[in-house]
Structure formats: structure tokens, C-alpha cells
Design a protein around this ligand. Structure first.
Ligand code: PDD
Length: 285
């Protein structure tokens, strides 16, 4: 696999980063994950806007222009042999002797590659997934897509230890998002999801699914659902660039709704598939 590192394209095994890189010593970096359909990076404007938000909020001074970022995303998409997969991009605060305050002269490290799509996802689409509710132990700037993911890693592993493939995170009795996804619940025919504030990552898949829901007449309520509402929901859904849209069919071992992906899931999943097809044909972005 060819990877991009600080302006160079290299075989993955020949790309090396210093042990003094602040991404390694502090997790001092930000990242993006961008799906690619038919060789075309998906919703690039939204991903670029979020990348710039993460860079600005962490004060990492990457000097790439919008045009350079977009060119890079395109080149990464073209490295996928079948044109389907995801781009991973990370920007760290660069290489410097370890001290917490920002280094004076350290160019950011920019690393990226594209990974082919995995085949496991289609089983989850048909059956749904198991999830568990866990306390949200993260910080209060979840809007920044930072590589400091230790809390998310621990939460995901705790979910896996309980047989779940996602942790739905609870803060002050509200479910804001998942450890690596956004959460939407269907109650009384309406779609409830947390507002895009600092307690969630404003997922690009979430944004599109909400657009698709509204355009199909589904009422959207941007208010974090309470734990009781989630436990009693007709449907619980998650969204992410890696997994797309999936139904949660068991929560803490209890069946959600009738235990099958429900009608709102099917409506939105079909709409999302149609949108992806349009991206493949170059008719949507
Ligand atoms: N994670 N919330 C969190 C905490 C996430 O980590 C993610 C995605 C999302 C969904 O965002 P999007 O739809 O833009 O992918 C929400 C990525 C895929 C990851 O860390 O691999």
C-alpha cells in the first residue's frame, strides 16, 4: 500500500515517523476518515470543513490550502484498486523534544493512506448490531476529531468484552453519541439525535442521514435522548464513515423494537445507498 507522508508517496513499510513526534508522545494530533465510492471521496467539502475546525481548535498550523487538501484526497482515492474504501488522514503537531507547551519550530506531520472496503459490513446491515450503554468518560471537546482516543478505545473494548460492537455513551442521563459513531433513535415516529455541540463529533454521515430523513418527511429532533427513551425506542441507529448506517438490534442484551432492523432504518439505508450510487456516477457529492 502506498502512503502519503509529508509530501512524499512511499510504500507503507518505508514510511517512518520520529519517536519524538507529538502524535506518538502526546496523541497531539487530529484526523479524518473519508469514505471513497467509485474512486471519488465522499462529501469532501464537509470533511475538509471539519478537518479545518479540528486544526483551528487545536492550533495546529498546517499550511495546506483547500486546493492542496482536496488534491490529496483525490490522489488517495485513486490509490484504491477497486475505487472503494476509506481515506485515513492524520495531522500531528510535529516532531520536538517532549514538553507540553507547543514547540516553536515544528512543521506538522501529515500522514495519509487509503484502505480498501472490508466485506464484513453487509452482515451487520442485514442483522443489526449489539451495543451497550456506558458512561461517557471522555473530555468536553468531542467536536474536535483528535487522535487522542484512549477513552474511545477503552469504551469500545469494554463493549466488545460484553459482546457488543459499539458503546453508546451516557452523560447526565443523555445518550450523546457512540464511541466511534453518532446515535439516532426512533420514538413516536420521530428521529431523535444529539445536537452538534461540543459533546459530540458532528459526523458527516449523521449530517447526510439527517438531510435524507428530512427530505423523506421524517421529523428530526436535535435533542439528546434520555437513557429511558433509548431503552424504550422503536429503533436505535448508528452512523459513521466506516460503518455507514446500522441498526442496533440489542442494547445491553435486551432486544430493541422487534429485534430486527426497522422501517426507518430500511428507508434511510436505501436512501443512503442511492446517494452512494449517485456519488459513484459523479452525480452527487
Ligand atoms: N469515527 N463520533 C465519533 C466519536 C466518531 O469517532 C465517529 C467516526 C463519528 C461519526 O463521524 P463520521 O460520520 O464523520 O465518520 C461520530 C471514525 C470513523 C473513526 O474514528 O474511525
Amino acid at each position: 500500500m502506498r502512503v502519503y507522508l509529508n509530501g512524499e508517496w512511499l510504500p507503507g513499510e518505508r514510511a517512518h515517523v520520529s519517536v519524538f513526534d507529538r502524535g506518538f508522545t502526546f496523541g497531539d494530533g487530529v484526523y479524518e476518515v473519508i469514505p471513497v465510492y467509485g474512486g471519488r471521496p465522499f462529501r469532501v467539502a464537509a470533511h475538509l470543513a471539519r478537518l479545518k475546525h479540528s486544526l483551528a481548535e487545536t492550533r495546529i498550523d498546517a499550511t495546506y490550502t483547500d486546493h492542496q487538501w482536496l488534491d490529496l484526497f483525490d490522489s488517495l482515492g485513486q490509490t484504491l484498486p477497486l475505487g472503494e474504501g476509506t481515506i485515513y488522514l492524520q495531522v500531528t503537531r510535529g516532531v520536538a523534544p517532549r514538553q507540553h507547551a507547543f514547540p516553536a519550530h515544528a512543521p506538522p506531520t501529515v500522514f495519509a493512506y487509503a484502505r480498501p472496503a472490508s466485506a464484513t459490513a453487509s452482515r451487520d446491515v442485514g442483522r443489526g448490531i449489539a451495543a451497550v450503554l456506558l458512561p461517557d468518560i471522555r473530555w468536553t471537546r468531542c467536536d474536535i476529531k483528535t487522535t487522542s482516543l484512549i477513552a474511545n478505545v477503552l469504551l469500545t473494548q469494554e463493549a466488545a468484552d460484553c459482546g457488543g460492537s459499539e458503546a453508546l455513551l451516557v452523560r447526565d442521563d443523555r445518550v450523546n453519541e457512540g464511541a466511534a459513531s453518532n446515535v439516532l433513535v426512533v420514538c413516536d415516529g420521530r428521529l431523535h439525535t444529539a445536537p452538534a455541540d461540543r459533546l459530540i463529533l458532528d459526523g458527516i454521515t449523521r449530517q447526510l442521514v439527517l438531510e435524507l430523513a428530512r427530505s423523506r418527511g421524517v421529523d428530526v429532533v436535535e435533542e439528546s435522548p434520555t437513557v429511558d427513551r433509548v431503552r424504550g425506542a422503536d429503533e436505535v441507529l448508528i452512523t459513521s464513515s466506516g460503518r455507514g448506517l446500522l441498526a442496533v438490534t440489542t442494547l445491553d442484551g435486551a432486544v430493541v423494537g422487534d429485534g430486527q432492523p426497522g422501517p426507518t432504518f430500511r428507508l434511510l439505508h436505501e436512501a443512503l445507498q442511492a446517494f452512494r450510487e449517485a456519488v459513484r456516477r459523479g452525480e452527487a457529492q
